[in-house]
Write a protein that binds this ligand. Structure first.
Ligand SMILES: [Zn+2]
Length: 473
């Protein structure tokens, strides 16, 4: 059993075999930091973070690079509008990106390079493309000569005539062919610019990814991912540039996630259904958003709508309750139970573990993997219900299973019991006070405490072993 991935380059599922045994080089296109990122972009950030975690779980040493595009037209326009510099704008939204990505449980990349900090590498890549006869200087700009590159269209699977029909020449561009795209843009008044052999200017968008990817991952990389909206022209152009510069294959496995719709419509500012991840996080818990994103296959479209999110939130509650119940029982119900069939439980968990890996190995099917996680929860819940006392080993193996899957999917979240935050301590104190009040038959006070906690989203459950509490998600 081994990992297979659907490769957009070959349009089929292929066994994943990295270039270097035991190591994976992985590039994912990052945000243009001119605004908060929207919930559609949260999808690739979450799903490819999970793929990276799964590869790590499988023992690979993964170098995961995700860039920040910190110079482009949108950045320049917004900085002008706000009367600040482009670097100031970039600094602000890189910080905001990190805040939202962190809240969504997305791990930091191994390297998060910024375009403006790689101008020499970008210039070097452009120079190689010119030297190899696939780019030309026109005015102060440099363009990639698409007609000189017969493999153009290799990723998007369209021929040049069809592509030509959709190509546009932007005002101010002086190129030989509408399909040609800018590698370097000559300086315009009031715009940031750097020195180059072709005069002062700034890099085009596509070339950054080619330059930064080869700097940190080498000329040929294992996986490159991004949203399907980036497939053409961004990724097609990256392939052309990198291969024209190096003469080597650029990417071995191309992965693209499907669109995210909002209430069944494509998200757009004009439709008024534009939703930032920040705004989504005000409405839904990060765990619910993660579980929702992983509940569909990454290549399928997904519809971000309240019903789906509520269902995901209920799923998170189920997972967290299972772990909370397990931990509570571990403290109060562990004991010598030779009647419990530990071998059967272990066999059950092993079978489910195999199912989990089969799902993830099948083109990284997180929807099926989540289904397996809920079967694990069912198995744990059933054992807890059917047996008053359970052997300590039961708690160990169950907890380990939940932690392993959560380490990959990140849908159960931090452990309240171990978290020990000041708020948790305060809740524990109130619960103790309530127990004392009940003992003294001061039911008015004990009810008051219960209501007070309920208002804060804390639900109490009285059991023969004491009072349990959990947060409503
Ligand atoms: Zn890119």
């Amino acid at each position: 059993m081994s990992l297979t991935l659907y490769n957009d380059l070959t349009r089929k599922k292929e066994p994943f075999v990295p270039l270097k045994e035991g190591e994976v080089s992985f590039y994912s296109c990052g945000p243009t930091v001119y605004d908060y990122f929207h919930i559609g972009n949260a999808r690739p950030f979450i799903v490819f973070d999970v793929l990276r975690r799964y590869l790590e779980h499988q023992g690979y040493k993964v170098t995961f690079v995700q860039n920040f595009t910190d110079i482009d037209d949108k950045m320049i326009h917004r900085a002008h509008r706000e009367g600040i510099t482009v670097p100031e704008l970039a600094e602000r939204f890189i910080a905001e990106y990190r805040k939202d990505a962190g809240a969504l449980g997305i791990h930091e990349p191994t390297v998060a390079p910024r375009a403006t900090e790689h101008i020499p590498e970008i210039i070097d890549t452009i120079r190689k493309i010119i030297d190899n006869g696939h780019a030309y200087v026109s005015g102060g700009d440099v363009y990639f000569d698409v007609k000189s590159w017969p493999k153009y269209g290799v990723l998007c699977k369209q021929n040049l005539d069809d592509l030509e029909a959709g190509a546009r020449v932007e005002p101010g561009e002086v190129k030989r062919d509408p399909l040609d795209f800018a590698l370097w843009k000559g300086e315009k008044p009031g715009e940031p610019a750097w020195d180059s052999p072709w005069g002062r200017g700034r890099p085009g968008w596509h070339i950054e990814c080619s330059a930064m990817s080869s700097k940190y991952l080498g000329e040929t990389i294992d996986i490159h991912s991004g949203g399907v909206d980036l497939l053409f022209p961004h990724h097609e152009n990256e392939v052309a540039q990198s291969e024209a510069a190096t003469g080597k294959q650029f990417v071995r496995y191309w992965l693209h996630n499907g669109f995210l719709l909002i209430d069944s419509e494509k998200m757009s500012k004009s439709l008024g259904n534009f939703l930032t991840a920040r705004a989504a996080l005000e409405k839904y818990s990060p765990l619910a958003i993660r579980l929702f994103m992983l509940s569909a296959h990454y290549r399928s479209p997904i519809n971000f709508a309240p019903e789906g999110l509520q269902q995901a939130a209920a799923g998170v509650t189920r997972l967290r309750n299972c772990r909370g119940d397990l931990d509570f029982a571990a403290k109060n119900r562990a004991g010598d139970n030779s009647g419990f069939d530990m071998a059967a439980l272990t066999a059950g968990l092993e079978k489910l573990d195999a199912d989990f890996h089969t799902a993830m190995d099948d083109d990284f099917n997180t929807a099926a993997a989540l289904g397996v996680l809920f079967e694990v929860v069912h198995l744990i819940n059933t054992s807890l219900k059917d047996h008053e006392v359970l052997p300590p080993e039961f708690f160990e193996v169950c907890r380990r299973a939940l932690d392993t899957y959560d380490g990959i999917l990140g849908v159960i979240g931090p452990d309240e019991a171990e978290e020990g935050s000041p708020e948790d301590a305060e809740i524990e104190k109130l619960i103790e006070e309530r127990a004392a009040a009940r003992k003294a038959k001061n039911f008015a006070r004990s009810d008051e405490i219960r209501d007070q906690l309920r208002d804060r989203g804390i639900v109490l459950e009285d059991t023969p072993q004491g009072t349990k509490w959990k947060r409503e998600i």
